[in-house]
Design a protein. Sequence first.
Length: 469
Amino acid sequence: MFFCKSVKIPDNLKKVGNIFNDHGFTVYLVGGAVRDMLMGKDVHDYDLATNARPEQVMSVFKKVIPTGIQHGTVTIHIFGMELETTTFRTEADYSDGRHPDKVEYAGTIEEDLSRRDFTMNAIAADLKTGKIKDPFNGIKDIKRKIIRTVGNPLERFGEDGLRPVRAVRFAGQLGFTIEKETLAAISNPSVVSKIKSISIERFHDEFCKMMKSQKPSVSLKLLEEHGLMELFIPQFKVCRGCTQSDKRGFHEFDVADHILYACDGAPEDNLIVRLAAFYHDIGKPEAKTVEVKDGNEYIHFHGHESISEKKCIESMKALKFSNEEIKQVSHLVKNHMFFYESNWTDSAVRRFIIRVGMENLDNLILLRLADIHGMHNLAAVPGSPAWNNLIELKERIAQIVNEKSALSLKDLKVNGNDLINSGIPKGAIVGKILAELFETVTDSPEMNDHDKLMNLAKNIYETKYCSHS
């Protein structure tokens, strides 16, 4: 596979290649699509490079959007595909750390490939024949699972501050190793200052891709080791070296590694739980206390979930996550320290459901499994006490839900209008009485009956809220 001199081009892309060729232009498939084809992966996005100028591309195809025409890029809409198409170019001077100050069109695909970030991304395939152009031995590096810049790493990283972050992301996403000089360049002061200049939005996108990779810990450790974590997520730094292990044997790692391995233990396709795993213990260093008892030290982190919630919100806001994402993740972080025991009453299970919210229960249990994974970098084993405990809790929750218990105010058999129609005055009193009715029903589900609740509401109103002369 790796020594092939061509790749199989999908039929619709071949047709696009024919259209370019019929108008006298050459065109190549470039970038990640070629890399992924060579690795036998599915490809969904296709980028093209051509000797046709943007205005010529726009004259050849019916629907072309000038997405980045100042940099020689347009997007062709054809056969249900969106093909980002860039004219062969060379670039010079990146004063803003991202965009070239000067774009000059190049004559050959080889010149164009010379400006790309990594050798594995500097491979082109002829759109008609699939024949490969690989001037920087990218196929060899893919075979050896190596990430290496095209040319001098300090120059490549100096052109765009996102490139070192991308290198770190690719290491985790592809399971590749960053070549020695390329790796050393990431923490070079001139490169770090360039990385500082990238927009938060660009880092956010890379961070999410890292969190969605098979083992986020690989990229996250590289971010930390090379000083990039501190630039964008400064809250994490104090977790390194914050020991947790005592004679009880709950934890094998410091808080930082526990967090990173917890991320690995969260489902790959669930970004909310992955993020919650990253933030769930980030407040531990601030909450740490050490108790000496019978000559032994016991480490505690009482209330760390509240500190973690606060730091989670602060960090996610800075990283420009949406309000909904922040709400969901911080809620899981705040509630991750639940301790279910078999002797919980049905009322206690109902209160747990009400506090967490039905919509968050599955994610909270997934977070607990991730937390367990992070303790010894091992998944919870089916049949183990921790596993059985969570299974029992899920069964208890399912039972409560099947009983159609009142799990929110809207499940009560009375509402505010019922109370008002019975003579209770509009306003705050109605809300307070409904809250009391809900408390009653949580403890005693059989009380969720219209007549019983109306009688109770009347009694509460008369004893608590009617003025007595």
